[in-house]
Design a protein around this ligand. Sequence first.
Ligand SMILES: Cc1cc2nc3c(=O)[nH]c(=O)nc-3n(C[C@H](O)[C@H](O)[C@H](O)COP(=O)(O)OP(=O)(O)OC[C@H]3O[C@@H](n4cnc5c(N)ncnc54)[C@H](O)[C@@H]3O)c2cc1C
Ligand code: FES
Ligand code: FES
Length: 1288
Amino acid sequence: PFAVHLSGTKYGCGVGGCGACTVMLSTYDPIAKKIRHHPANSCLLPISSLHGAAVTTVEGVGSIKNRINPIQERLAKCHGSQCGFCTPGMVMSIYALLRNHVKPSMEQIISALDGNLCRCTGYRPIIDSYASFAKQTCCQLRGTGQCCLDQEELGCSSSAGVRVVIKLFILTFLKTYKSLSFPPQRIVQEQQRKTLIFCSKRTTWISPSTLKELLELKAKYPKAPLVVGNTSLGLKKNDCDAYHPVILHPLRIPEMQVFSITDDGAACCLAQLRDILMETIPKLPEEKTKIYQALLQQLRTLAGEQIRSMASLGGHVVSRGSAWDLNPILSAGKSVLNLASDGGKRQIFLNDQFLAGHKHADIEPKEVIVSVLIPYSTKDEFISAFRQADRQKNAFSIVNAGLRVLFSPGTDTIVDLSILYGGIGSTTLSARKSCEKLIGRQWNDQMLSEACKLVLEEISLPPSASGGKVEYRRTLLVSFLFRFYLEVLHGLHQMIKCVSKAFYNYCSDLKTHSCLQDVDPGQSPQDPVGRPVMHQSGIKHTTGEAVYIDDIRPVDGELSLAVVTSVKAHAKIKSIDISEALQVPGVINVVTAKDVPGKNGNDEEEAFAKDKVICVGQIICAVVAETLTQAKCGAKKVKIAYEDLQPVLTIKDAIKHNSYITKERKLEKGDIEKGFKSADKIIEGELHMGGQEHFYLETNSVLVIPRMEDKEMDVYVSTQHATDVQKLVASALNLQSNKIMCHTKRVGGAFGGKITKPSFFAVIAAVAANKTGRPVRFALERDMDMLITGGRHPFFGKYKVGFMKDGRIMAADFQCYINGGCTKDESELVIEYIVLKVDNAYNIPNLRVRGHACKTNLPSNTAFRGFGFPQAGLFVETCIVAVATKTGLPHEKVREINMYKGVNRTAFKEKFDAENLWKCWKECLVKSDYHSRKTKVEEFNRKNYWKKKGIAIIPMKFSVGFNATYFHQAGALVHIYLDGSVLVTHGGIELGQGIHTKMLQIASRELKIPLSYIHFCETSSTTVPNGKYTAGSVGTEINARAVQDACQILWKRLDPIRRKNPKGKWEDWISEAHKKSISLSATGYFKGYVTDMNWESKKGHAFPYFLYGAACSEVEIDCLTGAHKNIRTDIVMDASFSINPAIDIGQIEGAFIQGVGLYTLEEIYFSPEGEQLTLSPDTYKIPAVCDIPEQFHVYLLPNSCNSIAIYSSKGVGEAGFFLGSSVFFAIRDAVAAARKERGLPLDFTLNSPLTVERIRMACDDIFTKMVTVFPFLFLSLVPLNLHLYEEI
Ligand SMILES: Cc1cc2nc3c(=O)[nH]c(=O)nc-3n(C[C@H](O)[C@H](O)[C@H](O)COP(=O)(O)OP(=O)(O)OC[C@H]3O[C@@H](n4cnc5c(N)ncnc54)[C@H](O)[C@@H]3O)c2cc1C
Ligand code: FES
Ligand code: FES
């Protein structure tokens, strides 16, 4: 068979959570005689369900070979891709939207991207590029008042008005571009409506065309599931034991497709339901539509657009997930299920008993739901829905609710009441008894207080309930009830605005602005340095033609590999039984530590656990098979016997057991004791910070191909450190490094997570390839990647700070701990950096810092963007806030008083000038209009009780690079071919940061030839050996120096030729040089910045240079739920002279949003036994489109220079990350405002991440007290002062 190998569609998670696999499905609806286009997650699409459908992948949208689509072109040219792994999915989501709506609204565009995650860009450029398709909008890049759609060019304005133009050809292209049309034969097929049967060895898939037939089949196969969207059932697809002999697919049955506002076919998808509700609600009298409005509200935030377009109403109702959002409201609204079986039809209520699965109220195995009847509401009825999730959109609810009350006509006397909650128990729960008791009561404060008490008694959530967050969830029960109470009151009295609505208008007002820099007016127009040149792979990212490891076509005889990992945190391995695994069809072999011919890992870490496991997720052995499914099934059959040992899991445990990876790192400055003595006051406190998953969109992947000769091996690997891969593979195979050829074309995101870990994955694949003699591919599934690899170090800090009444900090004593996990990895360096960087922007005259890297039985934590600074920075800023709180001074004043001034020295005596720190700070105060907005925030807070705003401005001193010279060395190889074309290679790796683009810009300047002459192929150990890892913000600039060196060597060699023929063309010179036997190939080398750090003397020139910045963020929190929205962020960054401002701004924004993720969203959970529980995008939430600030401005500080780095640039890859903490402190400010109003102490501690749960519980109020301390005092408290109404 001919395999088309359409590799543009990516695989990022396999559970519908990331959107990388988005395709467009087109189906013909024979009833409406219409073709329906919708986005879908291909990872959940059963292939049999596609009969009659047309699937458009990114290759069908446009390609470089044929023609690219404007969607692709705009995204690439607006710098909307970095690593590019998420990009085809982004393109497909917008493509599907535009196929249905030629001129969508901004709201539609944002909601189309709800289900697409990007870990690199920070979303701003993606939104900007797609905003150009929106109704009444042009791209927001220009700000000239003119519409870019009127022009042939799309431009960005710099602050000085110099236009940096990007050619787009928008109008012509849009008009002439033709989308693929729906194949006519599919329409004919659909009209014929035959029953379809697909059989495999194990499963039969039947798609009947009539209801009668479906019912007969259901009678025959009562256990057969009805698969519609497969978004519930499909999640179990990876479980090789979960299989169904027969599957029924009812999507072609007309009765189940009917769609009317009251009677919705059970096979209709949720997006259709939303669309019909949106269309119909405005046409109906408001009183009839209350349940529809509540449903619509939930549908706007439920999942992403792909899932909404696949998931069916029937599937939603029947699968009855505890946190499913529609069921509580459907039930509260008295919906009815129309059932059918071969015995006839009947109706049942979709009530709490159905949802609880009570046998008498449930559907029979032979029955199917044909449609769902959703009744109109009445005048005296009120219905509301609520949900709160970890992230605003595309996240399962933590708790949701559907509430309904019916009043006796014209009164506020309750006739009927329903309250249902999801997310509390294993099914949706009803507070039925409470409701019954409240019938006859009037809708007033006393009723509310009793309702809260009753609900808390009835809806039980024991302290050990699964899912945790018990107090928060209980608080939400009553918070939602209270919000409902307000809404109903509002309805009854028609005199106030409801509190909650503003939160659902989110994202409607996105404004972004990125200020690019001016280049010297005298600079040659051909010279690309300093200009926003598009990412070298930008177009290929958008067309899906950019190749990642898993896109490399299968090679002859290739095997797949799956690993068996430890389920114990600490144990001896007693035995490994592989016999059953070897019986699995397709399994070729099982590889263990015994199969490693050389060294099993490195001095610190084993590749295969041999005698002992030291964390859950440690690799013990690997199964190789013909297919991945077989390998995974084989892996499940390996039996390992353990003997438990005592694990150490937390920092606290490690301190207790004196379990450390390295000895203490310590710095001291001034005289700490004296400092404390001179202080007016001393405070002490603590900060806990959770870790962070890298969540690069491309999981770790490696393809190992043994060559026929001399035991050579090609290793294609997604890594930041090819040299380490080469070294480890060679030593594992007992070979010299010269036999191992490592190749990395590009990496789909890394963020530090692919420095040390990929070498071990490569060893495992190489050992398997060595044992079997066949190529081996090892691409980790998302859950495995998250389980095995570790991430950012969790942090615990203790501080003691002495300060004066005027805010001056006199002395500080810091104790810092990180959880390093089970091996050393980069933990020693991370704790060193924490100690070196903890001062951030502050000159603390007497300072002592001690750092400890704890050794525990968690997966080994590793490098992550910022490398300890995000933890250290948050810690010291927490101290600043504590001082400001104690002194009662404004936070920004305390910051200013303590900031470094002029030329200064760090605690380790490195000299630096703080001038640019102050410039950034002052510029940020001005650009953000900080002082007047702060006044407005205070004004808002005075008027609002349940909502609060907060604002914070944070300064930053970021040290770039490494504290040892040899880390900065780099090599390059530049060839000039006889036609004048140039091939550049170097030791740096493309991680999405645009390193190759900048290298081409540099080669172009140095050789004075256009960019089009220069090509970059791949990073390979065969061309440039011994490359250091691409990290520490310096990857680009050190390799740039090597490329510059090589180019300058070549330019010099061409000197005599050029002088002889100064008017000649480049091609002439090259040809002449060749005739004169001048070598046209040169290696370039950069020795590295001179840095050192002496921990004995505690002195050093630890970092090559510093980079400064400041960020101001404003947020609004909902005190009742803990939800927050990011209103505005202004960043000023001292990037000095940026080689490519578009790329650098992309790095700043991307890092900032990743920082927002660390500080406010991303939370890793472990079981008490040390097993990580957050292993997919379902449970681990990185920022999505809905999390970016509504207004997002990035400015590069003008007139800054850096004599150390090439062309006076600065490395900005990491610095923006810490500025995400401005959101953390803005939230803290808002929480403080709430607490102040409630008379609560202001010296409270907020740990990171500042999740919805932490925010809510910090806004302590009568509701939180109800579920914690004073459950029974509540009755007397409620009527006093509920602050029901507030200005919006
Ligand atoms: C990534 C992701 C995010 C999600 N986010 C949310 C969210 O935020 N909020 C939320 O509420 N939900 C969310 N969901 C869940 C989603 O709403 C449900 O999975 C979906 O509604 C199920 O519909 P389906 O058609 O895909 O069901 P399927 O998986 O096709 O079927 C599920 C079950 O329903 C049965 N069934 C289906 N139709 C019928 C019928 N007509 N009669 C009898 N039995 C039937 C099947 O036999 C099967 O057992 C999410 C799901 C995913 C994958
Ligand atoms: S791979 Fe399908 S949504 Fe992530
Ligand atoms: S560009 Fe979006 S994940 Fe890398």
